[in-house]
Design a protein around this ligand. Structure first.
Ligand code: ADP
Length: 546
């Protein structure tokens, strides 16, 4: 017997319709490429996304055709999020920090037909346009009078000219909720990038889940600043969840330095922000250097790579901002876990609470997790056993766009699990702790050493700005950890002092064998340390005494 409830597809268009009807006057504030502040509302974004849809019809773009963006966080990008997906096309957000050859490779693989870009990326577009034969129109996200003359880019038009002449009436079509809505390529740190193709259904379920109280807990009272880019897994879903709850949205554009982000948080009374640790590092340094305090910020989601305890401490106890440590990946839309305390933790000491906050958090309803050993056998949730992490759920990929091999691992019931490539423990309360990427794990004398732990200790030292721990070959132990360290400007610490700093904070055999001081550490397109490149840079390094 079937249930007797209405069968309505879950479509992204319903979000923008809801936002327009129920909180049309909530503000969308953007710092533009030009540096000025632009203000609009959900109502106007809804109207202009319908103009975008009409413009796409005029271009004769078919259902599921791809429209790409190379763009910062801003209102025009938001209009494309809704106009492209709601009309049945697929929004392909490209990470502009990738190498131009990779960008061309991705645009060709996705067969993008139109590419919209912020003017800061004009040189990038000039470099790749001749290598992107499927792109038939290039749209600069600017006013008509800002369109550069003689750019050398064929079929270039300003966004305002392109969509501005169209009507803002449009009836959003209804279609299968499993249709593709948007896509995002993994950063390709190993091999070619792979395309995660999200559907309307997966996006809508992820949107509902991400707004829950123990997830992002967003509401119509929030002013939300996604520092995480809209080209990095849909800014962790915030452009959708903000529409669902009616939050004010604040976009930083390209202005991501500590001073600009701090000023925007203050001037727009931001209550909730989201970003990767490297961005917050810059902002905290700015605040500490200038003796600044937040007046409105209450919560921040930090994820994308492990948030060092020193950062959690600074936000939580120095500035009174609750840190929601989160873990996820492109293949997971991206949310997997998020760290909030349970009722029983509220009476615990600050140290006990910190021990929990450092973990990546509990699985969000909708994502199932398991850790397995080398034979694929399930390992216990005891907070000690560490194994390969696999996940399954309605917003987890089942295959890659035009992918060849089936990426899933089947269990005895035939259920497909996605191998995350992460190594983790899960404790009895369900809190996940990532110890490493499987390829970054350091194996010393048959035991695993967590590079994340070693990095967290180093960055807790007041003289250390950044640290990366890698394994180097060792004749007796196979591998031993060393830590590569960038010092804060003007700060001093010696190798011996830093190694002494580890004592008592971790088991003796897990203390790195050496410290290598460096001017910088290579960072990838999504703000993560590129360990493969670091290992390459240190290929001639020899451990002392060997
Ligand atoms: P890519 O996989 O393309 O590098 P993603 O943004 O999808 O880019 O990265 C996902 C990976 O980032 C995860 O598999 C994990 O290794 C790492 N990661 C994400 N969040 C955290 C976190 N809070 N702590 C530790 N690692 C994290």
């Amino acid at each position: 017997m079937q249930g007797l409830m209405q069968d309505q597809p879950l479509l992204i268009s319903s979000l923008i319709e809801f936002a327009e009807r129920h909180h049309g006057d909530a503000e969308i504030v953007s710092r533009r490429v030009e540096g000025d502040i632009h203000r609009t509302t959900w109502r106007d974004v809804a109207a202009r996304s319908r103009q975008v849809a009409n413009a796409l019809d005029q271009e004769q773009l078919l259902f599921s055709d791809r429209v790409a963006t190379l763009a910062w966080n801003g209102y025009r990008h938001l209009e494309l999020y809704y106009g492209v997906s709601s009309s049945g096309r697929v929004l392909h957000t490209i990470n502009p920090r990738l190498h131009p050859d990779q960008i061309a490779w991705i645009a060709n693989h996705a067969e993008d037909q139109i590419l919209c870009f912020d003017l800061s990326f004009l040189p990038l577009v000039q470099a790749v346009q001749s290598k992107c034969p499927t792109v038939r129109k290039w749209i600069a996200l600017c006013d008509a009078d800002k369109l550069p003359a003689d750019s050398g880019v064929p079929n270039l038009v300003s966004y305002e000219t392109w969509m501005g002449e169209h009507s803002s009436s449009y009836d959003w079509p209804s279609f299968d909720e499993n249709s593709a809505s948007s896509m995002c390529y993994t950063s390709g740190t190993t091999g070619n990038p792979k395309g995660a193709l999200y559907s309307h259904r997966s996006t809508m379920l992820h949107t509902y889940a991400s707004a829950m109280p123990d997830v992002m807990a967003m509401s119509a009272r929030d002013s939300v600043l996604p520092v995480v880019p809209m080209f990095h897994v849909n800014a962790w879903g915030i452009p959708y969840s903000a529409a669902l709850v009616g939050a004010k949205l604040v976009f930083p554009g390209p202005w991501l330095d500590g001073k600009s982000v701090f000023e925007l948080i203050e001037s727009e009374k931001v209550s909730f922000a989201a970003g990767v640790p490297t961005v917050w590092q810059m902002m905290l340094a700015h605040m500490q250097g200038n003796d600044l305090k937040f007046s409105t910020l209450k919560r921040t989601v930090i994820g994308g790579s492990a948030c060092p305890p020193a950062m959690i401490n600074a936000f939580q106890y120095q500035y009174g901002v609750e840190v929601l440590h989160a873990w996820g990946m492109t293949e997971m839309s991206p949310l997997g876990t998020l760290c909030t305390l349970k009722n029983k933790h509220l009476t615990q000491s600050q140290d006990q609470q910190m021990a929990i906050r450092m973990k990546q958090g509990r699985g969000i309803f909708g994502v199932e997790m398991k850790i397995v050993d080398a034979e694929g056998k399930k390992m216990p949730w005891d907070g000690k056993a560490s194994g390969d992490l696999l996940v399954t759920g309605p917003w987890v990929v089942k295959e890659y766009f035009k992918g060849e091999a089936d990426p899933l691992v089947r269990d005895e019931q035939g259920r497909g699990w996605f191998p995350t490539g992460d190594v983790a423990t899960i404790d009895a309360d369900g809190y996940l702790q990532i110890t490493d990427r499987s390829k970054d794990v350091i194996k010393s004398g048959g035991e695993w050493i967590s590079s994340i732990d070693a990095e967290n200790i180093a960055v807790a030292h007041p003289a250390v700005a950044m640290a990366a721990c890698i394994g180097v070959a060792h004749s007796k132990w196979d591998e031993r950890p060393i830590v590569v360290v960038v010092k804060k400007p003007g700060a001093e610490v010696s190798r011996e002092e830093l190694l002494a700093f580890y004592e008592g904070k971790t088991a003796k055999w897990q203390i790195p064998d050496d410290v290598v001081f460096a001017e910088s550490i290579p960072i990838g397109a999504t703000g993560k340390i590129l360990k493969a490149r670091l290992r390459e840079q240190l290929r001639d390094y020899k451990l002392p005494g060997l």
